[in-house]
Write a protein that binds this ligand. Structure first.
Ligand SMILES: NC(=O)c1ccc[n+]([C@@H]2O[C@H](COP(=O)([O-])OP(=O)(O)OC[C@H]3O[C@@H](n4cnc5c(N)ncnc54)[C@H](O)[C@@H]3O)[C@@H](O)[C@H]2O)c1
Ligand SMILES: O=C(O)C[C@H](O)C(=O)O
Ligand SMILES: [Mn+2]
Length: 571
C-alpha cells in the first residue's frame, strides 16, 4: 500500500477544509487543528473515520430516491475523498448503482438542472485556441496517471448529453479509484464539449454547456487531436481512457492513437473483455468450446463491434482457427436487421466489413415489410448458442425470440447488456422464466436474482465493463506500458473468467460479484502487467514475479494520514 502515513501540506484554515483531498472534517486531530488553524473552525469533538462513516450512512439513508442519494454522494466527494471512498467501499454493492449505472444516467440527463459545482476539466470548442493554457492551469505540477475523457455523444444508452458527459468521465474515474486503487489526485476527468445535437438541451435556457450543434469533420478532429497531443506531451506515461464517444468516432480515434500512446476505449475494449470473460465462464458450464458457439450480436455500435472482435480474437487464441474462419461464427443485427451484403455501403459501416453475411445464405428466409431479416428469423435459422444485446432497444429480446433460442440449444447464453436498466433487451427474470431456468444470464446493469424452477435463486451477474476496466487500466498504468495490446486485454479477460463463481457451481453467477471487484480487478491488473512485460511494451524493468508486490505498494487506499504543515508542501 503506497498511501503515505505522513503528508506535508501547505494549505491552512478554510483552504484545507475545502480541499477534498486533504479535508478530514471532524477527523482532524487536536494537534492538526492547532497547526492548521482549525480549532475555531470545527466543533470540539474529534471523530474517528468509523464514526464519520456511520453519520454519513445515516444521512444518506434519509435521502429517499436514488438520484437524491447520488447528489448527496456527489457533494460528499467534493468535501472529503477519504470519507467518500471509505463509505463506498464499505457498501460497494449498495452504492455502485447509485454512483454509476443506472442512477448516474439520470444525474447526467439532468446535469444542468442539478448543477451546483463544477468538477473535472471542461474543454470547450470555442476555447480551442487557449486549450494548452487551460489544460496547464489545472494540471501544472500534478502527476497524472489517468485521463478519462468523453465527448458525450453516446452516453450509456441515453445518447447525446452534451456537457453532462462530464458525469460519465467522473463516474468512471471514481470506479478506477474504488476498484482499481488509482490515486484520485492522479486522475483527470475531462469533458470535450464540442456542442450537442440534443434539441432538448439546446432549447433549455439552463443548459450549462456550449449551446451549439456538434462540430464535425476536420474541425472536430483538430480539436480532439489538440487535446490528445497535450496529454501525450505533459503526461506521456498516463493512460488515456475514451468513454461514450459516438459510433462514427469511437473506433476511428482508438485506431488513430493506440500505437502512439497508452489508449483505451472502454465501450469497445472494456465491454469486449468483460463479455469474453462471461462467455468463457458460460461455456465452462455448458462444457463446450468457444469455437463451437454461434453468436448473435444485437446492436452493432461501439459495444457490439468491440464485443464481436474480442470474442473473435478469443476464439482464434483459444481454438487456433484463422480469424477469417472465426468471423463466420457471428451474425450482427442492427436497425436495418441482419447485416448482410445487399444492405450496401450506406447502411454498413466500414469497420463491420469482416462480419457481413452473404445474401445467398438467406435465400428463402422471410423478411419484414421493409425487406429486413429480423432477429427472430436469424434465431430460427442459425440456432444461436449466444445472444448478446447492446442495442439500447428495450425489450428487443421478446418471448418469441427467447423461446425460439431455447428450442435450438440446451443452455442458451443470453446477455442483454444495454444500460441503464430500463433499456435492457430482456428482463432477466423473464428470460429465466421463458426458458424454464435454462438460460445462462448476465446483464449490463444490476438486477435482482431470478427464481429457478427448483426454488433456488439464480444470481444475475453484472456483465459491465466496470468489472474489468479498472484492472486493465491499473495493469497498464503499473507497467507504464506504451500501448494496450489486444493480448494484454485477452490476458485480463482470461484472468477474470478464471475467477467466475460458475466454474465451481454451474448454478452460480457467471461473473464475480461487484462486492468482490477490488480483489478481482487486482488479479486482472497483475495479468495485464505481466503480459505487458512479456511482450516488451512495459516501461518498467520489473520481472514478472515482482509485479504483485509492486502493485500492492502502488495502490491508493482511503485512509487519513498524519498532516504536518509545510509552506512548501502539497496543495
Ligand atoms: N454492459 C456494458 O458494459 C456496456 C458497455 C458499453 C455499452 N453498453 C450499452 O450498450 C448499448 C449500446 O452502447 P454503444 O456504446 O455501443 O452505443 P452505439 O450507439 O455505438 O450503438 C448502439 C447500436 O445499436 C443500434 N440499434 C439501435 N436500435 C436498434 C434496434 N432496434 N435493433 C438493433 N440495433 C439497434 C444502433 O444503430 C447502434 O449501431 C448502450 O445501452 C450501452 O449502455 C453496455
Ligand atoms: O457505463 C456503463 O455502465 C457501461 C458502459 O460503459 C456503457 O456505456 O453503458
Ligand atoms: Mn460507456
Amino acid at each position: 500500500m503506497s498511501t503515505p502515513t505522513t503528508f506535508r501540506v501547505a494549505l491552512r484554515g478554510n483552504a484545507i477544509l475545502t480541499s477534498p483531498r486533504f479535508n478530514k472534517g471532524t477527523g482532524f486531530t487536536l494537534k492538526e487543528r492547532k497547526e492548521f488553524g482549525l480549532t475555531s473552525r470545527l466543533p470540539s469533538r474529534v471523530n474517528t473515520l468509523d464514526e464519520q462513516c456511520a453519520r454519513a450512512w445515516d444521512q444518506l439513508q434519509s435521502r429517499e430516491t436514488p438520484i437524491r442519494k447520488n447528489s448527496f454522494l456527489q457533494s460528499m466527494k467534493e468535501q472529503n475523498w477519504v470519507l467518500y471512498y471509505t463509505l463506498l467501499l464499505r457498501h460497494l454493492r449498495d452504492l455502485i448503482p447509485i454512483i454509476y449505472t443506472p442512477t448516474e444516467a439520470d444525474a447526467i440527463a439532468n446535469y444542468s438542472h442539478l448543477f451546483r459545482r463544477s468538477e473535472g476539466m471542461y474543454l470547450s470548442f470555442p476555447d480551442m485556441d487557449t486549450m494548452e493554457e487551460d489544460f496547464l492551469e489545472q494540471t501544472k505540477g500534478r502527476d497524472i496517471d489517468l485521463v478519462v475523457c468523453s465527448d458525450a455523444e453516446a452516453i450509456l444508452g441515453i445518447g447525446d448529453q452534451g456537457v453532462g458527459g462530464i458525469g460519465i468521465a467522473t463516474a468512471k474515474s471514481v470506479i478506477y479509484t474504488l476498484i482499481g486503487g488509482i490515486d484520485p489526485s492522479k486522475a483527470l476527468s475531462v469533458t470535450l464539449d464540442v456542442g450537442t445535437n440534443n434539441e432538448d438541451l439546446l432549447n433549455d435556457h439552463l443548459y450549462v454547456g456550449w449551446p451549439e450543434k456538434r462540430v464535425r469533420g476536420e474541425a472536430y478532429d483538430k480539436f480532439i487531436d489538440k487535446f490528445v497531443q497535450l496529454v501525450r506531451k505533459y503526461f506521456p506515461h498516463s493512460l488515456l481512457h475514451f468513454e461514450d464517444f459516438g459510433v462514427t468516432n469511437a473506433e476511428r480515434l482508438l485506431e488513430l492513437y493506440r500505437d502512439h500512446h497508452s489508449c483505451f476505449n472502454d465501450d469497445i475494449q472494456g465491454t469486449g473483455a468483460v463479455t469474453l470473460a462471461a462467455v468463457m465462464a458460460a461455456i465452462g458450464v455448458t462444457k463446450s468450446k468457444l469455437v463451437d458457439q454461434r453468436f448473435i450480436i444485437y446492436g452493432a455500435g461501439s459495444a457490439g463491434l468491440g464485443i464481436t472482435r474480442q470474442l473473435r480474437d478469443g476464439i482464434v487464441t483459444a481454438d487456433s482457427i484463422s480469424p477469417a474462419e472465426a468471423n463466420k461464427k457471428f451474425y450482427l443485427i442492427d436497425k436495418f436487421g441482419l447485416i448482410k451484403q445487399s444492405l450496401g455501403e450506406s447502411k454498413i459501416r466500414q469497420d463491420l466489413s469482416d462480419f457481413v453475411r452473404p445474401d445467398d445464405e438467406w435465400d428463402g428466409v422471410p423478411t419484414n415489410d421493409k425487406g429486413e431479416i429480423t432477429l427472430l428469423e436469424v434465431v430460427k435459422k442459425i440456432k444461436p448458442t449466444v445472444l448478446i444485446g447492446c442495442s439500447t432497444h428495450a425489450g428487443g429480446f421478446t418471448k418469441e425470440v427467447v423461446q425460439a433460442m431455447a428450442d435450438g440449444c440446451d443452455r442458451p447464453i443470453i446477455l442483454p447488456l444495454s444500460n441503464p436498466s430500463r433499456l435492457v433487451e430482456v428482463d432477466p427474470k423473464d428470460a429465466n422464466e421463458w426458458t424454464g431456468g435454462k438460460a445462462l444470464l448476465a446483464t449490463g446493469s444490476p438486477f435482482p436474482p431470478a427464481k429457478m424452477p427448483n426454488g433456488k435463486d439464480y444470481v444475475i451477474a453484472e456483465c459491465n465493463n466496470a468489472l474489468i476496466y479498472p484492472g486493465l487500466g491499473l495493469g497498464a498504468i503499473l507497467s507504464k506500458s506504451r500501448t494496450i495490446s489486444d493480448e494484454m486485454i485477452i490476458a485480463g479477460a482470461r484472468r477474470l473468467a478464471s475467477l467466475s463463481p460458475a466454474l465451481t457451481d454451474p448454478d452460480n453467477a457467471l461473473l464475480p460479484d461487484f462486492g468482490d471487484s477490488p480483489a478481482v480487478n487486482f488479479e486482472v491488473a497483475i495479468a495485464v502487467a505481466e503480459q505487458a512485460i512479456s511482450e516488451g511494451s512495459a516501461g518498467v524493468d520489473w520481472k514478472k514475479e515482482e509485479v504483485r508486490e509492486k502493485a500492492k505498494e502502488k495502490q491508493w487506499e482511503p485512509i487519513y494520514g498524519e498532516y504536518v504543515y509545510d509552506k512548501d508542501g502539497e496543495t
